[in-house]
Design a protein around this ligand. Structure first.
Ligand code: GDP
Ligand code: GDP
Length: 455
């Protein structure tokens, strides 16, 4: 490395940074209007990320990446939630339940000017039950005079209230220090794998694509494992199902089975559930209704799984209803609408007839294998050397940036760090990704490539 002009410490640092694996998840919960979205904006430090919502506008984006004091984590924003037909308490509770479940730690936001309400108390009970670390944010403390209001919130029994003004930034640094103490270094989920627990599947897809039908089919025909498995935490919302001779954990199935029909905020509720399930899973099975046109919502759900860095399988359901014409148009739609995930294994199933159910497990196993693939450094560099020689980066401003060497910094999903002599254009990065896939497979997995440029 040194002879290529890189400092060995830079190289090691870059590899460590790229190989972080899954990030811990922080959920921000609380009643409407306490300032959750404002706080999330503060935490992620990007004003444009959370836009002011108009009622009725679909908001799919619920998780964001953040960094504080050199540590990275994900933030789940529940600010897009609206009171629905169930009433304020039920909707806040449902929102909090989903968010808390996916999280490694929770920021509970209370409006210190208003003080604790009955709804707040209800959330406190949920937080106690969940047993996750909680940081209490006493928001809207815009100046020293508000500190007394914050102190009242000791009454909630959640420990020290952190006086914060999400709007002006006051106190947010101290609160984030507390958040870092509450967050585990690595998310809880990774421990399940380390202990050899069952692999975790998120079955996701927009409403009515057939998720609960599929779940019933696989749970009904196969043995549902009811006994406790050693070394695994059994979550009541997860279902342990034996499929193809292997035990799997379908995460967050309560969200599939409990078919809460909400009017307002239903899309947002679905997005939150999807994000929660994806965070808890290793592999996402995205179910798409093949009898209907592939929608923007289908694409967003696929993107959610890809951005979360999960292994991916796409299952086209309701195959029993397809005629020849629809099959023809479906193939065209898949090419144009889901071309960017052509690497995902695909199965054409029918939850109704049971068609091709047996192909689901092999597809999931393929995706997980791709997700865990590690390319030895020697092989990677031999490949990069040939690639760069045969297809050099275009010359820019009289210079030709070159990939000098690379290494795979991590798996789940595969993460690469490439070291280059100059700026590598996006087109060339995509070219490298394509060639990496051709050479090493990576079926069913997103891959991350970061490029370090020599000073
Ligand atoms: P959410 O519904 O919990 O996401 O709440 P929002 O973030 O949308 O905030 C609700 C309202 O409270 C908005 O008008 C914000 O500008 C205001 N707000 C949020 N944080 C603060 C704060 O720290 N101080 C004051 N004075 N107002 C705030
Ligand atoms: P979910 O909202 O994704 O859980 O979808 P459901 O499992 O509730 O299914 C929605 C509707 O699609 C129900 O009426 C199901 O009977 C129907 N459905 C689900 N799978 C299939 C399938 O493979 N073929 C057909 N024809 N209908 C299906």
């Amino acid at each position: 490395a040194a002879e290529e002009g890189f400092d060995i410490e830079d190289v090691e640092g870059a590899i460590e940074a790229a190989g972080h694996g899954p990030l811990p998840v922080l959920a921000v919960v609380g009643r409407p209007n306490v300032g959750k979205s404002t706080l999330v904006n503060r935490i992620i430090g990007r004003r444009e990320a959370v836009v002011e919502d108009k009622p009725g506008v679909t908001r799919d984006r619920v998780t964001y990446e953040a960094e504080w004091a050199g540590r990275r984590f994900k933030v789940v924003d529940t600010g897009g939630w609206e009171q629905d037909v169930l009433g304020i308490d039920a909707s806040v509770a449902a929102q909090a339940e989903y968010a808390i479940e996916a999280a490694d730690a929770v920021v509970f936001v209370v409006d210190a000017k208003v003080g604790a309400t009955d709804t707040d108390e209800a959330v406190v009970r949920l937080l106690r039950k969940a047993g996750k670390p909680v940081v209490l944010c006493a928001n809207k403390v815009d100046g020293p005079s508000g500190e007394a209001d914050a102190a009242y919130l000791w009454n909630l029994g959640l420990g020290e209230p952190h006086p914060v003004s999400a709007l002006h930034g006051r106190g947010t640094g101290d609160m984030l220090d507390a958040v870092l103490e509450a967050l585990p270094e690595a998310p809880e989920q990774t421990f399940g794998t380390a202990l050899g627990g069952p692999r975790r599947i998120a079955l996701i897809g927009r409403p009515n694509v057939g998720k609960s039908s599929l779940l019933n089919k696989v749970a009904g025909e196969e043995r549902v494992v009811v006994n406790e498995l050693a070394g695994t935490t059994r979550d009541p919302v997860d279902e342990i199902i034996e499929l193809g001779g292997v035990t799997w954990k379908f995460v967050d199935t309560a969200g599939i089975r409990k078919r809460v029909h909400l009017q307002q905020g239903a899309d947002y509720y679905a997005s939150l559930r999807t994000a929660a399930a994806v965070e808890k899973a290793e592999v996402a099975v995205v179910l798409i209704d093949a009898s209907e046109n592939i929608s923007v919502q289908d694409q967003r759900i696929v993107t959610m799984a890809v951005e979360a860095g999960r292994a991916l399988v796409i299952a086209y359901n309701k195959w029993d209803t397809l005629d020849e014409e629809r099959r023809y148009y479906l193939e065209r739609e898949i090419e144009t609408e889901l071309g960017q995930v052509a690497w995902a294994p695909r199965v054409n199933v029918s939850a109704r007839t049971g068609r091709h159910m047996e192909k689901l497990v092999p597809a999931i196993e393929t995706a997980l294998a791709g997700w865990e693939t590690r390319v030895p450094t020697g092989r990677l560099n031999a490949f990069l050397g040939e690639l760069v020689a045969a297809h050099p980066h275009p010359v820019r401003g009289g210079k030709q940036p070159r990939i000098l060497f690379g290494t795979q910094a991590g798996t789940k999903p595969p993460r690469f760090v490439l070291f280059a002599s100059g700026f590598i254009e996006a087109g060339y990065r995509r070219f490298i990704e394509r060639r990496l896939r051709e050479e090493f497979g990576f079926e069913g997995t997103p891959i991350h490539i970061s490029v370090r440029v020599r000073e």
